[in-house]
Ligand binder design. Structure first.
Ligand code: NAP
Length: 283
């Protein structure tokens, strides 16, 4: 029976620590760390994520500036808002909740965020530096996964890490982070042939595909560490990409959904807001 990688508990500890750090920051620089959060439209999942991010910021003592724009907002208006926030000296971080409505050019909009205010780590400069293993703002979900993996003190070097999914926000950056830790990394995607034969070799299996309960116990090696990134809304509630009930008996560690990677993503976002604020004070 696997040990649970409790993201809720771990993220609470991180947020409590950040609360102290944010207070120290405020005392030292006579201002609050400030995070701008932009939501365009009313995608129900995005509304929940934004609400949770603002709640976490409030808990820590980070000031959030919330901008909720209607679904039909023109690209020029989103661009103007980001350009204003980019110039605003009191703003440490800018977050654009994705996905954006289809008529908006996501890449063009994200490129307007200055790298030093890019709390999601999505801009080309941060992604490039991450690829070069240089100092950068790390993408939140993979950073949260790495934090969880390090929390269990299992050596990562030499482990075979298999990732299902190659998205820019999860699959690709977690592959790089695991490679940086000297894992041997295999990235799988929808064109991968005989997926099961590959996942069965994984010492660490990271699943980020968006397919409810897709990974079953026959796809998992005995004793593997299983990280379930998926968030799927089904008739019976939220579930991950891993069939938790069967896989938990085979894995050594497993993340639950909800309560695993999700809360860690938010904690890492808050950590990024803090580090962006520090860097902007030249610390
Ligand atoms: P995405 O952009 O839709 O990417 C999905 C990836 O899965 C793609 O690379 C796709 O391959 C691959 N895939 C799909 N079906 C497959 C199959 N049958 N076999 C092998 N690979 C397959 O998704 P994402 O943004 O990375 O998100 C993945 C999941 O994680 C979603 O459920 C999302 O809600 C969740 N998520 C959670 C958090 C969190 O904080 N917990 C954060 C981000 C995302 P191709 O590239 O070939 O299409």
């Amino acid at each position: 029976m696997a040990e649970l990688l409790d993201g809720k508990l771990l993220s609470t500890k991180i947020k409590e620590d950040l609360k102290l750090k944010a207070a120290e920051f405020e005392a030292k620089y006579c201002r609050k760390i400030t995070l701008a959060v932009i939501l365009v439209g009313e995608n129900p999942a995005s509304c929940v994520y934004v609400k949770n991010k603002i709640k976490a910021a409030e808990f820590i003592g980070i000031k959030s500036l919330s901008f909720s724009l209607p679904e039909n907002t023109e690209e020029k208006d989103v661009e103007d808002l980001i350009n204003n926030l980019a110039r605003d000296k009191s703003v440490d971080g800018i977050l654009v909740q994705l996905p954006l409505p289809k008529h908006l050019d996501e890449e063009k909009i994200l490129a307007l965020i200055p790298p030093e205010k890019d709390v999601d780590g999505f801009t080309a400069e941060n992604v490039g530096n991450a690829t070069l293993f240089k100092d950068c703002v790390n993408s939140c979900t993979p950073a949260g996964i790495m934090y969880m993996l390090k929390s269990i003190n299992v050596p990562l070097s030499g482990k075979h890490a298999v990732i299902i999914g190659r998205s820019n926000i999860v699959g690709k950056p977690i592959a790089l982070m695991l490679l940086k830790e000297n894992c041997t990394v295999t990235v799988c995607h929808s064109k991968t042939v005989d997926l099961k034969s590959i996942t069965k070799q994984a010492d660490i299996l990271v699943v980020a595909m968006g397919k409810a309960k897709f990974v079953t116990s026959d796809m998992v090696k005995d004793g593997a560490i299983v990280i379930d990134v998926g968030i799927n809304r089904t008739e019976t509630g939220l579930c991950g990409d891993v069939d938790f009930e069967t896989v938990k008996d085979k894995a050594s560690y497993i993340t639950p959904v909800p309560g695993g990677v999700g809360p860690m993503t938010i904690a890492m976002l808050m950590y990024n807001a803090y580090t962006c604020a520090l860097r902007r004070e030249n610390v």
